[in-house]
Design a protein around this ligand. Sequence first.
Ligand SMILES: Cc1cc2nc3c(=O)[nH]c(=O)nc-3n(C[C@H](O)[C@H](O)[C@H](O)COP(=O)(O)OP(=O)(O)OC[C@H]3O[C@@H](n4cnc5c(N)ncnc54)[C@H](O)[C@@H]3O)c2cc1C
Length: 394
Amino acid sequence: MSVTVVGGGIGGLSAALSLLAAGLDVHVYEQAPVLGETGAGIQISPNASRVLHRLGLGEALARTAVKPLAFHQRRWDDGRTLQRAPLAGPLEDRFGFPYYHMHRADLLAALAAAIPAGRIHLGHRLAGFTDRGDAVRADFANGVRAESGVLVGADGIRSVVQARLFDARQPRFTGCVAYRGLVPAGRLRHLSLEVTAQVWLGPGQHFVHYFVSAHRLLNFVAVIERDAWTRESWTDHGDPADALAAFDGWHPQVRAILEAVDDTFIWALFDRAPLDHWSVGRVTLLGDACHAMLPFMAQGAAQAIEDGATLAACLADAKGDQAGALRRYEALRIPRTSRLQAMSAENKTRFHLPDGATQQNRDAQLAAGSTGWSFDAIAWLYDHDPAAIADRLG
Ligand SMILES: Cc1cc2nc3c(=O)[nH]c(=O)nc-3n(C[C@H](O)[C@H](O)[C@H](O)COP(=O)(O)OP(=O)(O)OC[C@H]3O[C@@H](n4cnc5c(N)ncnc54)[C@H](O)[C@@H]3O)c2cc1C
């Protein structure tokens, strides 16, 4: 069976690898002239690293990925520990696969390098498609046409494929913007930063930092609430001085990191409401194209990676009924991704509580370890194994 994947982001490329591993004939079409990702970090939890390792990427990831020792939540002003949950060794022992911090470009390069030559077509922007019942024809803006048994829209939050299948509405602004950037680790040596995911919670905003690129760079994400986003672009160069001013009064460690920043992007955060369906006939969706979420569970890309593995399992078992296989795929995936979309949105409120009784209650729950980050509580997320679905189908 042949599959056209539209979009060469983390979702599209990891899906292509899962589909190739299942024996399908896959081609990826990406609108950009070169593959690229934002200059920023990404957290890859074991539910996603399980898929990537099984695709043979373990060694490639190990070259640049950082394994954080812990997930450390702290209070915005005095830096008090609110919760510290182990990652690294204990997590790997429990879930069988690592938690990684990576530069996005390193992850995308590892995915692309594993795809055989001639299967990624750059400079191809999907303009439209026609599902003829026995095959799907994709039309690209450069005049190229491609025919395949199934078409997968992995074309991101502003998905053309989704708009054509279901919903031409724009994604919704979540009321949050993020300053993002990377700082050379050498510049921050005086802070003796531990190798953890540090999440600083404060009124109306939060700050995240972790090392990437074999500890050479520190990635930061500084999220603040805003009533509106008026610019045309979702990403723009931000002024590091504005980011620093937004974190006035915060702990010296947070401010010292922002003071070391040369360059930052300001990024408006959008999401979408869960969809009831992802597929029509021989066409389906994957990743941000169907379940864009706030990044406050660090699961958008992880879920895209799971999507690809589940899709491959369903299509490998299609027995000539591609539309039926796509319905099984969406039925397996939608409850899980919808839950994560909701949890990510709830974390906006939880992370940004103003100081007061509700915040004290949250902090007490964090101290008691009853907020979802213990291994038992998070097992529903990290234990997930798309290969088990393949076994069930088989
Ligand atoms: C601040 C922030 C932090 C995050 N942190 C994490 C994290 O720690 N962990 C995590 O798992 N997730 C995280 N995410 C979410 C994650 O970045 C996304 O969920 C993920 O990158 C989506 O991948 P995708 O391939 O579905 O979409 P995209 O990355 O948007 O890729 C879509 C691709 O399709 C191409 N395309 C679009 N239209 C067309 C067309 N018409 N024709 C051809 N090609 C087209 C685009 O050029 C692009 O290359 C974060 C997000 C943000 C904003």
